[in-house]
Design a protein around this ligand. Structure first.
Ligand SMILES: Cc1cc2nc3c(=O)[nH]c(=O)nc-3n(C[C@H](O)[C@H](O)[C@H](O)COP(=O)(O)OP(=O)(O)OC[C@H]3O[C@@H](n4cnc5c(N)ncnc54)[C@H](O)[C@@H]3O)c2cc1C
Ligand SMILES: NC(=O)c1ccc[n+]([C@@H]2O[C@H](COP(=O)([O-])OP(=O)(O)OC[C@H]3O[C@@H](n4cnc5c(N)ncnc54)[C@H](O)[C@@H]3O)[C@@H](O)[C@H]2O)c1
Length: 461
């Protein structure tokens, strides 16, 4: 069987469904192909279930700290792990159903279930069906990378997907990879009551951030009883009577971590290896990401790539913004580009890390004259009142242009309060605009004008 459409979208992740909505509303006949779960990673095995779990972990943590606030919680605080997991599952299921309902309600849209593979630049095979269109949009996402570490094939390991199927709390969770996925799961499982060890190959946690950020994160995780093993250059696994033995040190006889469960959180790989891209002539880079230009177009005319599969963002909001760029350019006569996007993201440990733009290290490496200001969260009234004063706020600016280059807030509500700076940078406004804003009291954002006033020329390294 074969069919021709005005456009084909592959993947119902964070960009595909929204684009289907815009294209069909513009009168196009569109086919959307999904091989697995509607909503993709974020809804099913990423942001939504993990942030629901983070919320449960925060409640457990606060309940244990109740006495600090003058609140008595009768007896020991315990966590009903199956109920915690069921709550996260419900959040996911509701969101997945909403995406499904949304798509099935779109006039002019044909939803096809199955794996899509190119057979020609304008043609895809989905099961028995051959579909053709002059415009093809790839939104195929990615999956957990499992590097061929010694012994990995001989153990039962968890990924961000399978960990969500657990029905009993691990006794001891070893988390390999100390970045977003690893740290979010590490802290929540510790708060649920598991013993947790984070094993990271690099010399510090979340090593793409500044050293002061890495250090502060390590301290707050260790303060909750999470063991951290950094510089683990010889990671290897072996089955053990108590679960899995993880070798972390190159020295023979060095102590191993013996855990009941191992979570691999060592990055992602794009779902581009089984897409038949060679049949279409679509170029990929050495890591398998689809090469796109500033408007998300591939090297083959009529094919675009959105979201995690293009390697130009690894977040839900960047995938969605890819859709917005494509829709604006194709349907609204606009000229939007990737390079207009100010990079922002958050790490959802508690308290969270909110980030925008360059790190201080990146700004220094750029060779510009810099202004830097840093204030501890102990100076933020709201943090004091809420009894959560770990962390700091940091702002880095160009001394000549008086434009912000980047900012970080590791602290309570940091994921929200970073938006003042993100918006300032997106609007390309100078520091003065932040200095003279009148933020609401008592908020974390209210310290930004003080942080601006504290800017000093950066000292040499
Ligand atoms: C544990 C975890 C937590 C996260 N937390 C956050 C967070 O808090 N905030 C944030 O911004 N980001 C977070 N992310 C990242 C976020 O989930 C991704 O960036 C986002 O989901 C990417 O969306 P996407 O549309 O590119 O791809 P996906 O959501 O992965 O969607 C791709 C879809 O394509 C389908 N597909 C693939 N190949 C084919 C094919 N050949 N044929 C048909 N269908 C196909 C897949 O089944 C899938 O449904 C998290 C990720 C993980 C793993
Ligand atoms: N809050 C959020 O927005 C959020 C949350 C979770 C995931 N995500 C997305 O998911 C993506 C994947 O997250 P991630 O944490 O898996 O990947 P990552 O690429 O951010 O980090 C991987 C970590 O594993 C370590 N590592 C890699 N290979 C290793 C090896 N062989 N041995 C030991 N350590 C090794 C790296 O040094 C790094 O610290 C991120 O890019 C992020 O965009 C986002």
């Amino acid at each position: 069987m074969s069919a021709t459409y005005d456009a084909i979208i592959v993947g119902a992740g964070q960009a595909g469904p929204a684009l289907a909505g815009r294209l069909t509303a513009a009168g196009m006949r569109v086919a959307l192909v999904e091989r697995h779960l509607f909503g993709g990673t974020c809804v099913n095995t990423g942001c939504m279930p993990t942030k629901a779990l983070v919320a449960s972990a925060e409640v457990a943590h606060l309940a244990r700290r109740g006495a600090d606030y003058g609140v008595q919680v009768g007896g020991e605080v315990t966590v009903d792990f199956p109920k915690v997991m069921a709550r996260a599952h419900t959040v996911t299921m509701n969101a997945r159903r909403n995406v499904e309902r949304w798509l099935h309600g779109m006039e002019q849209l044909t939803v096809l279930r199955g794996h899509a593979r190119f057979v020609a630049p304008d043609t895809l095979q989905v099961g028995e069906m051959t579909i053709r269109a002059p415009r093809i949009f790839l939104n195929v996402g990615g999956r957990a990378a499992v590097p061929p570490l010694p012994g990995v094939d001989g153990i039962d390991y968890l990924t961000n997907t399978s960990i969500l199927q657990l029905d009993t709390l691990p006794r001891h969770l070893a988390v390999v990879g100390g970045s977003y996925i690893g740290l979010e799961f590490a802290q929540m499982f510790r708060r649920f009551g598991a013993q947790v060890t984070v094993i990271e190959r690099q010399s510090r946690l979340i090593a793409r951030e500044d050293e002061d950020v890495s250090q502060a994160i390590r301290e707050l995780l260790e303060a909750e009883g999470i063991a951290v093993r950094i510089g683990a250059e010889c990671i290897a696994f072996a089955p053990h009577a108590d679960g899995v033995a993880v070798k972390v040190d190159c020295r023979d006889g060095a102590p191993e971590v013996v855990a009941s469960h191992v979570l691999l959180a060592m990055g992602r790989r794009p779902n581009t290896d089984d897409l038949g891209l060679d049949r279409a002539g679509v170029a990929i880079d050495e890591r398998g990401y689809i090469t796109v230009d500033d408007t998300l177009a591939c090297n083959v005319p009529g094919i675009w790539a959105m979201g995690d599969c293009n390697g130009r963002g690894a977040f839900t909001h960047t995938a969605y913004n890819d859709f917005e760029i494509i829709a604006a350019n194709l349907l609204d006569g606009d000229h939007r580009t990737l390079s207009q996007r100010v990079p922002g993201y958050a790490l959802y440990i508690d308290p969270p890390l909110g980030r925008v733009g360059m790190t201080e290290a990146q700004a220094r490496a750029s060779g510009r004259p810099l202004l830097v200001s840093k204030r501890p969260m102990t100076r933020v009234g709201r943090a004091v009142e809420r009894g959560q004063t770990e962390g700091f706020m940091k702002l880095v600016a160009d001394a000549e242009t008086k434009r912000v280059l980047g900012a970080a807030i590791l602290g309570v509500s940091g994921d929200e309060a970073i938006h003042g700076v993100l918006d300032l940078m997106s609007a390309d406004q100078p520091l003065d605009a932040l200095r003279w804003a009148v933020p609401i009291h008592p908020t974390v954002s209210e310290l930004w004008p003080t942080v601006v006033l504290g800017l000093q020329p950066a000292e040499d390294d």
